[in-house]
Design a protein around this ligand. Structure first.
Ligand SMILES: [Zn+2]
Length: 328
């Protein structure tokens, strides 16, 4: 991650951190708080590089000096990362860190430690950390990462600067994907689905979404224009693509976004999950009132609930089709 990327994702956090780096005025400890841990870990690595980089403040991190490169590859001698050992972060992990920081032949005076899932520290680990935070030796920077700020000791929170990573809206996430080179159509759908089923191999994920999206567009068309054949479509296309519960859950989300898009086009909103389907969405909007569309969306949400209650997926889908056709 670079400053520019953090800037688009978390403008407030980026501004505060960069300001502190440029002015060389970092606190002893930061707490990165928020839902998306991988984003916070990337930001911690960025800050770590900026803190240790050999270049002038304004250019940090340069990405080229030995410090930048060693942080990037995860083997900088003055950077230590702690993660839960099983269910918790234990006292001996924090103590080992303190020992290392005291005895290690330092490359520089600067040292960083990153604690992931810091809320999982046991009480004794947290207390040991506290004494460490109170007596920072040299220029030590601590970065604590958590999605449960209220589980941290208040005394730790009060000695740290808390930075909240705001959850991104669908539109913001879409912008991030587009900035990273994704097409508008794919970015729009990727920004909205929560996750792609884990059993789909990495290299097939993109085609899986593209095809799944197509199946949903066709299903909506069958329901609208050829309702008698819609059940057949379910058997021949839908269940072939969305094979098990995880798949169907994503498929139901895609259906939900479709009917929400129909409603959005009635309101002339532009933040669509299917931005390339404007004509179809408008046509469908002519056949469905706002009330019917609200009922359609409610039916999909209920189908998701049945799915998590282990009801037979085929039954769920058939009942959903019926309800969408009836607008009930
Ligand atoms: Zn550098």
């Amino acid at each position: 991650m670079k400053w520019e990327q953090l800037q688009t994702r978390q403008p407030v956090v980026a501004k505060l951190l960069r300001h502190a780096v440029v002015r060389e005025r970092l606190p002893h400890a930061y707490i990165f708080e928020g839902e998306d841990r991988s984003e916070q870990v990337s930001a911690a690595s960025l800050l770590c590089r900026a803190f240790l980089c050999q270049k002038d403040a304004i250019d940090k991190p340069c990405g080229e000096c030995s410090d930048c490169r060693r942080v990037e590859s995860g083997n900088h001698p003055d950077v230590t990362s702690i993660k839960p050992d099983g269910q918790s972060i234990k006292k001996h992990q924090v103590e080992r860190l303190q020992k290392e920081f005291t005895y290690k032949g330092m490359e520089s005076v600067r040292k960083v430690y990153i604690i992931e899932e810091a809320d999982l520290m046991t009480a004794s680990a947290a207390n040991s950390l506290l004494t460490f935070l109170e007596e920072p030796e040299g220029e030590t920077l601590a970065i604590l990462i958590t999605s449960n700020l209220h589980f941290l000791l208040p005394t730790i929170v009060s000695r740290s600067q808390v930075l909240t990573f705001a959850p991104l809206s669908e539109v913001e996430r879409q912008k991030v994907f587009q900035n990273e080179g994704e097409t508008e159509v794919l970015a729009a759908i990727k920004a909205r689905i929560r996750e792609i089923p884990a059993d789909i191999p990495e290299e097939e994920r993109l085609t899986w979404i593209v095809h799944g999206r197509q199946v949903v567009i066709q299903l909506a068309e069958e329901v609208l224009l050829r309702p008698r054949q819609a059940r057949l479509f379910l058997q021949e296309k839908w269940h072939v693509h969305f094979k098990d519960r995880n798949h169907i859950e994503t498929g139901l989300d895609l259906i939900l976004f479709w009917y929400r898009d129909v409603l959005y086009t009635k309101w002339n909103r532009e933040d669509l999950a299917y931005p390339d389907q404007l004509e179809r969405l408008r046509t469908e909007g002519l056949h469905r009132s706002e009330l019917m569309l609200a009922a359609n969306m409610k039916a999909v949400i209920e189908a998701k609930r049945y799915l998590s209650a282990n009801v037979n997926p085929q039954l769920i889908m058939e009942r959903l089709l019926f309800r969408i056709q009836e607008g009930s």
